[in-house]
Design a protein around this ligand. Structure first.
Ligand code: CDP
Ligand code: CDP
Length: 220
């Protein structure tokens, strides 16, 4: 059994979750989408009309966030509620950087992420995995791409899902979120000193996934 810990960090829509899922599948390790956990916490804040971290944490303790792997992909639950789709809405996206800047929320979710990581081989994607969650990860990747390409990729994805979007608005939303995520006081988005910088501009999903998998296999 592969026991590697792989951290994938980077700005919004750089392809982290897409490639992390492929690498997880190919190496037979767990994939953990930490962004989905912050999105779930944001949904709790919106549903309960609160920005009080203790209230948000209380709700999550009663209705835990968990993932279920199915033939249709990985589903996200909050207690018994399937929140896979609702956590990707604009309202959640526009509020997630604010909620993920709350240090008590982060402490709570990071502890949960570290508990899951202690169970075996894992690839996690997020903003602070290499710096805070798994500082001793075997492999750290900092995945970037130009903002134009990231917005264009998201635009194409939305078109395929029949979600109407404006390319310029998408670009602005991505830039605004990157700015907030990189400048917050607690665990900002930052490349770890020992992370490999991987620029995926102009690269296919397969090229990026193959690179990470090859680096991981060098460590086996
Ligand atoms: O997939 P996308 O790039 O839209 O973002 P995500 O990975 O779903 O993360 C959503 C938001 O959660 C980010 O913009 C961050 O504000 C926050 N996040 C974080 O603070 N720390 C993490 N480890 C992961 C996500
Ligand atoms: O997780 P993160 O927000 O970093 O990005 P993602 O949701 O994995 O990827 C955003 C979009 O870019 C998806 O539609 C991917 O299929 C696409 N993508 C791509 O076209 N080329 C890559 N090299 C990586 C991702």
């Amino acid at each position: 059994m592969i026991k590697l810990q792989i951290a994938v960090d980077g700005p919004a829509s750089s392809g982290k979750s897409t490639v992390a899922k492929i690498v997880a599948q190919n190496l037979g390790i767990i994939y953990l989408d930490t962004g989905a956990m912050y999105r779930a916490a944001t949904l709790v804040a919106l549903q309960n009309k609160t920005e009080d971290p203790e209230k948000i944490i209380d709700v999550i303790k009663k209705k835990p966030i968990f993932f279920k792997n199915t033939a249709d992909g990985q589903l996200v639950f909050l207690g018994t509620e399937d929140i896979t789709k609702i956590i990707r809405t604009n309202e959640v996206t526009q509020n997630v950087s604010k909620i993920s800047a709350l240090s008590a929320v982060r402490e709570f979710l990071v502890a949960e992420q570290q508990r899951i990581a202690s169970e075996g081989g894992i690839i996690m994607d997020g903003r602070d995995i290499g710096t805070v969650v798994l500082p001793h990860a075997d492999l750290k990747i900092f995945l970037v791409a130009s903002v134009e390409e990231r917005a264009a990729r998201r635009y194409k994805e939305n078109l395929e899902k029949n979600i109407p979007t404006d390319l310029e608005e998408l670009k602005q939303e991505i830039e605004a979120r990157d700015y907030k995520d990189s400048t917050r006081a607690v665990s900002p988005l930052k490349q770890a000193d020992d992370a490999i910088l991987l620029d995926s501009t102009g690269k296919t999903i397969a090229q990026v996934a193959d690179f990470i998998e090859a680096k991981a296999r060098e460590l086996l």
